[in-house]
Design a protein around this ligand. Structure first.
Ligand code: G6P
Length: 743
């Protein structure tokens, strides 16, 4: 509306100006053209008179009225000549051509000298009268009268007037069109600028709106600054809990639908001894997302992989979970064996997993796996569309199993807010580029509204990969990518764990109980030193490097012989894959070799327990150990490190942590090691086992402060607040655009 008024403000004076110009110019042009035509007729009349006189003067013999009449008639053949006459000095008409109009008397035309013209108004219209002296023989005192029809002059003048008016109207329309076009283009520029501003793209490099829009732009900027500030204060003011996250979902997202997509389901139903039992998988991802789902009562879509899963769903493949306190819906997707083999084992775990983890295991890429991966991503996309109750749900896509899903979803639900979180590292462009479908993967991921990684370093690797392989606009300062007209915000959201409240921690078994239980389980005396490792049995976890460090530790510090045990709890994982079987075999063989080398009197330095442990057991191991050792060769975050810190409310125990984990960026008070450096790792474990109580407490206090603050609820809140902000922005800009289209 505003722009229409602005345009009218310009167009009205322009129209008035053009009317005034036409008002002055048209009569002026009329007079001018008439004068030109009269002058033209004067010249013609003189020419006719001269020719007539010339022809008559060369005639042989005496001039008679008859010979003159014949000459007059011949000269009068020109169609514009109305008539020619000869008047004597007494105003008697001696001769006239037949077309000479009645009523034009010699007395009317006067007695000019030399040739003179005038316009006579007659009944049949105006005529041009030219009078010239005859000057021949006996008729030398007589006058020639030449009459021209003026009607064609008037017709032509009227034509020119019409053309002139048409010219003015055309000019007016052209100027109006250009004005509207320019206004429209600058309006669109303004809208684009405003959208950029709302998205935060221009906070560092403010766009310059036209002066009349400056006020609105300033207001918008101020509003955004206020919102950001408010948000910053709110985020940091108090601790994040499930309750606070629930409130945030209700206020910021006003209870909008939240859909989570992951490969691994949070609850698996299996048959055991003729009964159906439910268990939770050993997955960091599930640990992280479950509290969010409990808080928002949404829908979680995942692969139904348990052998009793089909028996426990309703006809929509839904089951309410958690089983003891149902608070959200789990929608299961069924995969055929071929699909699971190609998509999960093949492309995701033999391709993407080693591609993203720099652990020196070669990725394997097969075309058939890739095709299954694409097909299964499409099946999950269809399921999201089927579960969506609105056209703009908030969809949280988890991990490397679904690189193609964001773009597939964007196509079907263009208004959805798609948050993709990549739980594993993102490699540098050289490493990533070996994947034959690297462009398709990037294109798929760029369907996300927000793309999250654990660390800034992984974000940078991703931006560099897009820069290397795609035609996209990248803004490094704002960490955004515009591809195919869509904007993706790339941001780091370090994941964390649920931080137990006092009541929950009070329900845990006492530290002494845990210490005894762990030592009993290992078959070692009560005063035995114990360090634990708790991992999935995966080649990225640095288990072999850890064993080598223990080997070196015992050799270097012989006083630990018989007094120390390293307990490795390793949950079997992806056992169908050769690479994993080989790795388990190597790790078991290495542990045996080391135990053989150092073991004596029933004591062994390493105990490898390749079993799943439930959450309570793991927590008890953490509480009972003197140290926890995390030596991943490459890890997106590593939640074991954070869980260990959360378990140690007694401020005892020490954490040895690989520098190649995302967690090392936050947990600086841990003993940070390069797991490839056996000497350093062995020394760090020794230091952990012999550290003074004071130092343990000081380090643990600092670690606990960080993890308790940056807990899983803050991780989720950060992402969801960004999503809420993005949705608000989209709505405001949609309103601006639609009001622009109405004008
Ligand atoms: C680890 C990774 C996750 C991944 C999960 C898959 O927890 O950190 O990013 O999603 O493994 O494990 P799975 O057993 O489902 O293959």
């Amino acid at each position: 509306m505003k722009s229409l008024r602005l345009q009218l403000r310009f167009l009205l004076p322009l129209a008035l100006l053009l009317v005034a110009a036409a008002y002055i110019t048209v009569p002026l042009m009329d007079r001018l053209t008439l004068r030109w035509f009269l002058r033209d007729l004067d010249i013609r009349a003189t020419f006719v008179a001269d020719t007539l006189r010339g022809n008559l003067s060369i005639l042989p013999g005496e001039l008679t009225l008859e010979t003159m009449q014949a000459e007059f008639n011949r000269a009068n053949r020109d169609e514009r000549l109305l008539g020619i006459a000869l008047c004597d000095s007494q105003n008697a008409m001696l001769l006239r051509t037949p077309s000479f109009p009645e009523g034009v008397e010699c007395s009317l035309v006067g007695n000019p000298a030399p040739t003179q013209s005038r316009v006579l108004p007659l009944r049949q219209g105006e005529i041009h009268v030219a009078v010239a002296p005859f000057n021949i023989g006996a008729f030398s005192d007589d006058r020639l009268v030449v009459l021209h029809d003026l009607s064609y002059v008037h017709r032509r003048t009227a034509d020119s007037r019409d053309y002139l008016i048409m010219f003015f109207v055309g000019l007016g329309l052209a100027i109006a069109l250009v004005t509207v076009l320019v206004a429209h283009i600058s309006w669109r520029g303004w809208v684009a600028g405003t959208r950029a501003l709302l998205r935060g793209e221009s906070l560092l490099k403010p766009f310059q709106p036209p002066p009349e829009m400056q006020g609105v732009a300033n207001e918008l900027r101020a509003m955004l600054r206020e919102m950001d500030e408010e948000r910053r204060i709110r985020l940091h003011a108090e601790a994040w809990s499930a309750e606070r996250l629930r409130n945030l979902l209700n206020t910021e997202l006003r209870g909008e639908q939240v859909i989570v997509v992951s490969n691994r389901e949070p609850y698996i139903h299996t048959h055991k001894d003729d009964k159906v039992v439910v268990s939770r998988p050993a997955s960091g991802l599930v640990t992280a997302i479950e509290p969010v789902m409990r808080a928002c009562s949404g829908t979680w879509i995942a692969h139904g992989s348990g052998d009793a899963d089909r028996e426990t769903v309703d006809r929509h493949d839904h089951v309410q979970v958690p089983p003891d306190d149902p608070s959200y819906t789990l929608r299961r997707i069924w995969l055929s064996e071929d699909e699971e083999q190609g998509y999960y084992y093949g492309f995701a775990n033999e391709g993407m997993w080693p591609l993203c983890h720099l652990a020196h295991t070669r990725p394997v890429f097969r075309l058939s796996d890739w095709e299954f991966y694409r097909k299964v991503n499409q099946r999950f996309a269809d399921a999201v569309v089927a579960e969506a109750r609105t056209e703009d749900p908030v969809v949280l896509i988890q991990d490397y199993h679904f690189a193609l899903l964001p773009a597939m979803l964007r196509e079907k639900l263009p208004n959805a807010t798609i948050i993709t979180f990549w739980h594993i590292p993102w490699p540098n462009p050289e490493s990533f580029g070996v994947c034959p479908w690297h462009q398709e993967i990037l294109r798929g991921m760029l369907g996300s509204s927000i793309l999250g990684f654990h660390t800034r370093f992984h974000c940078r690797n991703f931006l560099e990969s897009v820069d290397r392989f795609m035609e996209a606009r990248i803004r490094l300062e704002e960490s955004t990518i515009t591809f195919d007209g869509e904007l993706t915000q790339v941001k780091n959201y370090p994941i964390s764990i649920h931080w137990p409240d006092a009541e929950e921690a009070a329900s845990w078994p006492a530290i002494d109980t845990c210490r005894s239980a762990l030592r009993k389980r290992l078959g070692v005396p009560e005063d035995h030193l114990v360090a634990v490792g708790v991992d999935r049995f995966d080649y990225t976890k640095g288990i072999i490097e850890r064993f080598n460090a223990v080997d070196r530790l015992i050799s270097k510090y012989p006083e630990l012989r018989g007094r120390f045990t390293f307990a490795q709890f390793a949950a079997p994982t992806r056992s169908a894959l050769d690479e994993y079987q080989l790795f388990v075999h190597q790790a078991v063989a290495l542990a045996e070799r080391i135990n053989k080398r150092h073991g004596r009197d029933g004591w062994q330095p390493i105990q490898l327990i390749a079993e799943n442990q439930n959450a309570e057991e793991v927590n008890s191991h953490y509480r009972g150990a003197d140290a926890c050792v995390v030596t991943s060769l490459h890890d997106g975050m590593n939640l074991v490190a954070k869980e260990f810190v959360a378990a140690r409310d007694d401020l005892r125990g020490a954490l040895v942590l690989s520098e190649f984990t995302g967690a090392a960026r936050e947990l600086e008070a841990a003993l940070i090691v390069n797991p490839y450096d056996v000497e350093v790792t062995a020394d760090a474990i020794y230091k952990a086992l012999t550290m003074s109580r004071e130092e343990q407490a000081a380090r643990m206090r600092s670690l606990r402060a960080i993890v308790s603050e940056d807990n899983i609820y803050r991780w989720a809140a950060n992402m969801l607040l960004d999503a809420a902000r993005m949705r608000r922005t989209e709505r405001i800009s949609a309103r601006i655009v639609s009001s622009g289209e109405m004008r």
